[in-house]
Design a protein. Structure first.
Length: 237
């Protein structure tokens, strides 16, 4: 019974954070072009892409609590449960990457990711909601719920499609406004941007595999052997 409460609580926090941002937070951007963009131009940040993805995941999870199933290996998997499992396989590595990348750069050279003039007006609770809790909530979800990961090819392909889409979008934003979403790209030339994006992609794939392995520990796979010697994998309940 507490799972729907957990999922609904995360949704409520995320909706409140988004509402607070839109009503009370005005980030000074380097170009006036951003002032005319919808959603206060927040959609140019990977953090927000991740935040929206996580919110969608927890909405689907809440609907699955009501209309689907949380069994580890249901005889007939509801469609909403399939969507939930696939979304988790993407949301987990993206969230972990955002947290690792943000806090790593923050402690190494903070102005490259979170300049003082932004930090001065940005509430600490909102910063952690966007860059810390996104991972904490999904780790809790990993530990307390069961899921069937998609095949590695499918899951990693969807994750990489998400990453590539953002990289393209980031360059579109720069082409239209002359500004990068994150200050770190102002100090990276073209070769270094390729290296940074390439390393980030490899890191994202690595985190995907980590999430897959962690899931296999939480929901172990057993083998059922038949008289002809063949075997079939199934999730342990």
């Amino acid at each position: 019974m507490w799972l729907p409460v957990f999922h609904l609580s995360v949704i409520a926090l995320n909706v409140y954070a988004c509402t607070y941002d839109q009503l009370y937070l005005d980030i000074p951007f380097p170009s006036k072009v951003f002032d005319d963009m919808p959603f206060k131009a927040r959609y140019m940040f990977l953090t927000i892409w991740c935040f929206i993805l996580q919110t969608i995941y927890f909405c689907i999870s809440f609907l699955n609590d009501i209309a689907g199933t949380n069994e580890s290996s249901p005889k007939r998997t509801p469609f909403i449960r399939t969507i939930k499992d696939v979304l988790f396989s993407v949301a987990f590595p993206i969230a972990l990457y955002v947290s690792v990348a943000f806090w790593s750069i923050y402690f190494i050279d903070k102005p490259l990711i979170f300049p003082d003039y932004i930090e001065a007006i940005f509430p600490a609770w909102l910063n952690h909601t966007l860059h810390t809790f996104i991972t904490v909530f999904l780790i809790i979800e990993l530990l307390v719920t069961k899921r069937n990961y998609p095949s590695r090819i499918t899951g990693s392909a969807i994750t990489m499609l998400f990453v590539v889409a953002y990289v393209i979008w980031m360059h579109v934003i720069h082409d239209r406004t002359g500004s990068w979403p994150y200050p770190i790209f102002d100090v990276l030339n073209l070769p270094l941007r390729f290296i940074f994006c390439g390393f980030s992609t490899i890191l994202g794939l690595g985190i995907y595999v980590v999430g897959e392995k962690l899931n296999s520990l939480v929901t172990p796979v057993s083998k059922q052997y038949y008289t002809n010697g063949t075997s079939k994998k199934s999730k342990l309940k």
